[in-house]
Design a protein around this ligand. Structure first.
Ligand code: ZN
Length: 298
């Protein structure tokens, strides 16, 4: 199986720019780390695929884009963050949500999310991050991103995202595409793309047939002078480490830290290694601290 990767492209004399990504491995990594249910795996895989392509729109490799969804559905919230170098991470507030399939027999992502907002935070290492917020229009994520680009950035776009699960609830395929029309795009180009989009089966079905990101863009823009301009691998990266966890422990304050140290001493009394375990919210990695280590932070 091909490694997850992302391509950037232009078409129709650069009046269209395009991105496409495959994200099976990184979505499976997130699923296994957080033990997400199928519907939440699908939601996270779609959101991380979107974030990766929006990360590829950033100028600097260290710049980041964060997509935050808050809704009144059972998952409550989802977050994905990508940088300009092909790294992404993501997590759900309620990873175990189980819902019946929707009327079309598909994983009910919009049912899990409900009504709410999508917040897009771009950190370009300027004084303040750029934040754009839109109401969710479908909760299926692709439509919501399309609406975000149209309303917040005035860029007519088409976003397709999909995640397909195996029978054993591991990830079979994940990925998507984003097409964006530049202001000088010709009407006949827009019409031709709309025709291709109508004929395009679905992201999950083409990925299931083994399509690469390049294949997806060829299907959509192959007749319009498609030119792939960049290709790079993408992967899940949290960026947490012990130092960062220590800092967050210190920020709890002396009183809380002393009480954790007391807990850490007590937990070991049944013969197991004494200490407390803290888990990273983003990647679920465990960090173990014993009483002595916690007292040292004091
Ligand atoms: Zn982490």
């Amino acid at each position: 199986m091909m490694k997850d990767h992302l391509v950037r492209a232009v078409a129709a004399d650069a009046s269209v720019r395009a991105f496409a990504v495959t994200a099976r491995e990184l979505t499976e990594f997130a699923r296994a780390s957080h033990n997400t249910s199928p519907v939440i795996t699908a939601a996270l895989g779609r959101l991380m695929s979107g974030a990766l392509m929006m990360g590829a729109m950033l100028k600097g490799e260290a710049d980041t884009v964060t997509l935050q969804i808050s809704g009144d559905g059972p998952v409550k919230g989802l977050t994905a963050r990508a940088d300009g170098a092909g790294h992404v991470n993501g997590y759900a507030l309620e990873p175990g949500v189980i819902l019946p399939a929707n009327a079309r027999g598909k994983l009910d992502v919009s049912g899990a999310i409900g009504k709410g907002v999508l917040r897009v935070i771009r950190d370009l290492h300027l004084k303040d991050p750029y934040v754009g917020t839109v109401d969710l229009i479908s909760g299926e994520i692709a439509e919501d991103l399309t609406w975000y680009f149209a309303s917040s950035e005035q860029i007519p776009s088409s976003v397709g995202l999909g995640v397909l699960m195996n029978r054993d609830n591991t990830v079979r395929a994940a990925g998507g595409f984003i097409l964006q029309m530049m202001p000088f795009v010709k009407d006949e180009v827009v019409d031709a793309i709309e025709e291709k989009l109508t004929a395009f089966p679905s992201v999950t079905s083409v990925l299931d047939q083994g399509a690469s990101p390049e294949d997806m863009l060829r299907m959509l823009l192959g007749d319009l002078g498609l030119e792939i301009t960049a290709k790079n691998e993408v992967s899940f990266l949290c960026g947490c480490d012990r130092k960062r966890v220590e800092k967050s422990l210190i920020s709890l304050g002396k009183k809380e830290l002393a009480s954790l140290a007391k807990d850490a001493a007590a937990i070991g009394e049944d013969g197991k290694e004494a200490g407390i375990e803290l888990r990273c919210q983003v990647c679920n990695k465990a960090y173990h601290f014993n009483e002595k280590e916690l007292r040292a932070l004091l």
